[in-house]
Design a protein. Structure first.
Length: 559
């Protein structure tokens, strides 16, 4: 284990952002003629863009040596999300890509199972992604010793469905006791080839390096990249055997990346249930929400003493941090700042290694819908965190590959693209008709949901807002011609609403009024996200952390 310097850091302080006010039901305009005065919907100030209104509605030295390996993959994940969201400015992509570190010769899949599966690992390396030694100043900031390592104590498998919907990021505990596949080279594996998963990369790399230098007489400098590739390949195959998922792309990050990325975006917001003061990690923070810079963030994610399940509790901290980091990366403050985007690009180029066949530009264009932060973080199922290795020499985390693969199978089913509801055949062109939708109920968002449904089936969206006309007990469709095919089609599609005539309306314009009794398409509000942004998450001893979503407005509070 590498040695670490004492933290020697001042107490962290944080900025506490103000709470967001709930958004009221809003009006919007998509064009079309205004309704008559008698049936006009009350409108709030118009939105700034066609879709913008909708878009406005995560021994002390020995223990410290294990910490930083565990957070690197989360930085790599954020790096990928940065690319998804921005493409690092498409016109600058060639210059950006030319400076990325790449890994060659990896045995990767082809994304033929309905998703792109990305293996993200964090190493204990004291070099940057290009093999350059860190400066003394950088080492001091990391508070790391001189020892270098290729242990991968942070392993995350991210599954991004081809339909561009919600991605899932699974943490694999570093002590997971797994079987090394038979096609992974090495004569020094245990007889049963079961090891802690964090040792697979480093052990394979070392064994292959010895073989190439001592048996084949290869120069060490020539053998190093080949051995490193063998280590990466071994980890890829071991993760695939455990999860049943074929890894399509590989990303790796060292110590420096965590600090660079956190500082590049101006810090990351976290929330603690209680104040903490842990000398072993240097974590010294008040309770509540606060924004941490790179150095403070290292202490936040490295703490394990006093957390439920020790390392499992720390994984939960890291997942919450990663979700919050993702939200910050995708914030307007970051995405509209040339200096922050430049710092992000530099951080990625210095600290991230990706496989050589990964076309990041194509991937970013294909999955930029994930820019909404629709990524969920969770931990693979574990049997127990208090098991022992076959020889009784090591404490390990027992995992059941069948249970792990069953969970991934559930994710595959959950992420499968739903069958699109067929569009109705109206017998006329609905795009010739503008529909205004007004909410005469107290149900927030009702008019918006119904307008979305009518737009889905082909009508043009007009004014959407609250009803200003005479009070009404019943939902209805108002039209200049109650015999028109369009008016009757809309009334039928919305569950058989009555028709009412208003000669002041144009023939190509229809008004829909909705009351509390409306129960047609769009009546049901979507369920709220869970957990809520500020909901405290408390783990009992031995619990596996619950999933963490990057969609929330703020981080959940944790131990």
């Amino acid at each position: 284990m590498p040695e670490w310097e004492e933290p020697g850091r001042p107490r962290g302080t944080g900025r506490r952002p103000g709470a967001r006010a709930p958004r009221p039901d809003r009006a919007r305009s998509r064009g079309g003629n205004a309704p008559s005065p008698a049936s006009r919907a009350r409108r709030t100030p118009p939105p700034r863009g066609p879709r913008q209104a909708r878009s406005q509605q995560d021994s002390a030295r020995a223990q410290r040596s294990r910490f930083e390996r565990r957070a690197r993959a989360f930085v790599a994940a954020a790096s990928i999300i940065v690319l998804l969201a921005t493409g690092v400015a498409w016109q600058q992509y060639d210059a950006f890509a030319s400076r990325l570190a790449t890994a060659a010769g990896l045995d990767l899949g082809q994304g033929a199972d309905g998703a792109t599966d990305i293996l993200l690992v964090g190493t204990d390396s004291r070099t940057d992604a290009h093999g350059n030694a860190l400066t003394e100043e950088e080492r001091d900031k990391l508070r790391a010793g001189e020892a270098d390592s290729t242990n991968t104590d942070t392993i995350v498998l991210i599954r991004v469905p081809d339909n561009g919907q919600s991605a899932s990021a699974f943490s694999i505990p570093r002590d997971s006791y797994v079987t090394v596949p038979e096609d992974v080279p090495g004569d020094d594996w245990p007889a049963d080839r079961k090891v802690k998963i964090n040792s697979v990369f480093g052990s394979t790399r070392f064994q292959e390096l010895v073989r190439l230098v001592e048996e084949e007489g290869m120069d060490r400098a020539e053998a190093e990249p080949i051995a490193t590739s063998a280590g990466r390949d071994a980890l890829i195959k071991t993760v695939a055997a455990l999860t049943g998922i074929s890894v399509d792309h590989y990303a790796e990050i060292g110590l420096l990346g965590f600090l660079l990325l956190t500082d590049a975006i101006g810090g990351v917001e976290v929330c603690l249930n209680n104040p903490v003061n842990d000398p072993l990690s240097g974590a010294d923070f008040p309770a509540g929400r606060q924004v941490l810079d790179g150095a403070d963030a290292l202490s936040f994610v490295r703490q394990r003493q006093g957390l439920p399940g020790m390392d499992i509790g720390r994984i939960h901290r890291q997942q919450v941090f990663m979700a919050s980091l993702s939200r910050r990366v995708l914030s307007t403050d970051v995405l509209t700042s040339p200096s922050k985007l430049s710092d992000l690009s530099s951080a990625i180029q210095r600290s991230v290694v990706i496989d050589e066949n990964w076309d990041i530009l194509a991937f970013a264009k294909q999955f930029q819908d994930l820019a909404a932060g629709n990524v969920q973080f969770e931990t693979i199922p574990v049997v127990t965190t208090n098991a022992w290795s076959s020889d009784g020499a090591q404490s390990v985390v027992e995992v059941d590959p069948d249970a792990v693969q069953a969970r991934f199978a559930e994710v595959i089913v959950e992420a499968a693209e739903p069958e699109e509801e067929p569009l109705p055949e109206f017998g006329f062109d609905p795009s010739d008709i503008t529909v205004n939708v007004a909410n005469a109920s107290l149900l927030e968002g009702l008019a918006t949901r119904v307008a979305d449904e009518l737009t889905r089936v082909g009508f043009i969206e007009g004014e959407v807002g609250n009803w200003l006309g005479k009070p009404t007990m019943h939902s209805k469709v108002i039209t200049a011609d109650t015999g028109s095919d369009a008016a009757r089609a809309i009334a039928d599609h919305l569950g058989g609403l009555p028709l009412e005539q208003d000669l002041e309306l144009r023939k190509d314009q229809i008004q829909v009024v909705l009351t509390t009794r409306y129960d047609g398409p769009g009546a049901a509000a979507p369920p709220p996200p869970s957990p809520e942004p500020d909901e405290a998450v408390v783990l009992a001893e031995g619990d596996v952390p619950p999933p963490v979503s990057a969609e929330h407005a703020g981080p959940p509070c944790v131990d």
